[in-house]
Design a protein around this ligand. Structure first.
Ligand code: GMT
Length: 377
């Protein structure tokens, strides 16, 4: 199949999912066209069957806001015609499903019927899309998509609760490429570079937005390091990072916390990690937690959104109510307290992650694409 994938190229779960999906589809022989405003961070261009088309938005002084949706829909029309693309898969309702629908209509005018699959990721529904300023456009774009998927059951329920949806929503969970991470787990980790042998290594990875509750990450770690020797690795960048650095200073733990900024070496970092923290206000899925588990790292998370569909209570880690940092720290200590328990949780985390192996999930997308293409035959 010839498929156009539209996504955000930045660090963030939806872009990662879209990129990994496209790369795996390409490995399976499909022709994949990524269409976005800059090269997705995890996109290796030297892959056969992978194309990348950049959307350029010319700056014009008259416009306070440059019309990205217009440029994107025009690019989609041009690329569909040029490469005979058979299907659009847009990740994120805002603004991709909206732009995709416009492209569909323009193409229809020229006698080309192309199906569009929209994947909902979370922020497009629970945080931004639900705003009254966007709601009519988001509802319209979801209802006008040929097929809609959501990355968790919880996100599906939120979407049906928050919007007036007339379309079916199929749950296709996020996935992980296990072969890749297993290889890295087997290879020796550079653990001694980061911590002493007696210290536990705890990691948080995110884009440091408010929804990630970064101060909770620090407070959980603060409670842990009072009881056992430990280091915290903070990976990523975003609006909450500087405040977190100050908080570490205030708490006198700055020498135990390392801020890395954005990194492309996620598997290498997870390989030397003992425990992952994700105390988010909400997470439609929590791809970062799954990536950790796939490297054999147990997870302490909140229980909001779709996190309980990924992190299994008492098996791959523990879940607590949002903001209950005391309980989260206690549970972390239960896992980290002795090597036998830690080893058991590490093994379990990997077993749970295996359910989300890309090999199990990709066929669900392929079947949906085929159904979508058949719809217009
Ligand atoms: O929250 C993020 O880190 C970024 C955000 C995004 O839109 O890229 O992630 C959302 O999509 C991911 C992939 O499906 C999910 O794993 C995240 O849980 C979801 N984030 C939220 O729901 C807050």
């Amino acid at each position: 199949m010839k498929i156009a994938i539209v996504c955000y190229p930045t660090f963030g779960g939806s872009g990662v999912v879209a990129t990994e999906l496209g790369l795996e589809l390409a490995r399976r022989g499909h022709e994949i066209h990524f269409i976005t405003y800059s090269q997705p961070v995890r996109l290796a261009l030297l892959s056969p069957n992978v194309h990348y088309h950049e959307v350029n938005v010319p700056e014009y002084a008259l416009f306070h806001y440059q019309p990205y949706e217009l440029a994107l829909s025009s690019k989609l029309v041009d690329m569909v015609k040029l490469y005979k693309i058979e299907l659009l898969h847009v990740h994120y309702a805002i603004p991709h499903a909206y732009a995709g629908y416009m492209a569909k209509q323009m193409l229809k005018d020229e006698g080309i019927d192309i199906p569009m699959v929209t994947t909902l990721h979370g922020t497009d529904i629970t945080l931004v899309g639900n705003h009254p300023f966007y709601k009519p456009a988001v509802t319209f774009s979801i209802n006008k998509s040929d097929f809609v998927t959501s990355v968790s059951q919880s996100l599906k329920e939120d979407t049906l609760k928050l919007f007036n949806i007339t379309n079916e929503i199929e749950v296709i969970p996020n996935f992980i490429e296990l072969n890749k991470t297993e290889k890295e787990v087997d290879s020796p980790c550079q653990r001694s570079v980061m911590a002493k042998p007696t210290e536990r290594i705890i990691t948080h990875i995110s884009n440091f937005r408010k929804v990630k509750r970064i101060p909770d990450v620090i407070k959980i770690f603060y409670n842990i390091q009072k009881e056992i020797p430990a280091k915290l690795m903070m990976v990523g960048d975003g609006p909450e990072k500087e405040k977190a650095e100050y908080l570490c200073q205030e708490l006198g733990i700055e020498d135990k916390v390392i801020f890395f900024g954005n990194s492309n070496e996620i598997d290498e970092i997870l390989c030397l990690t003992d425990l992952f923290l994700l105390p988010s206000e909400t997470e439609s899925f929590g791809l970062a937690a799954l990536e950790a588990m796939a490297c054999g790292v147990p997870v302490i998370s909140s229980n909001s959104g779709g996190l309980s569909e990924v992190n299994f209570q008492g098996i791959s880690g523990y879940l607590s109510d949002v903001g209950n940092v005391e309980e989260m720290a206690e549970n972390a200590l239960k896992i980290l307290g002795d090597d036998t328990t830690l080893f058991r949780f590490k093994e379990n985390a990997l077993v749970v992650a295996k359910q989300f192996d890309i090999k199990n999930i990709l066929p669900l997308y392929e079947a949906l694409y085929q159904k979508a293409i058949n719809k217009y035959k």
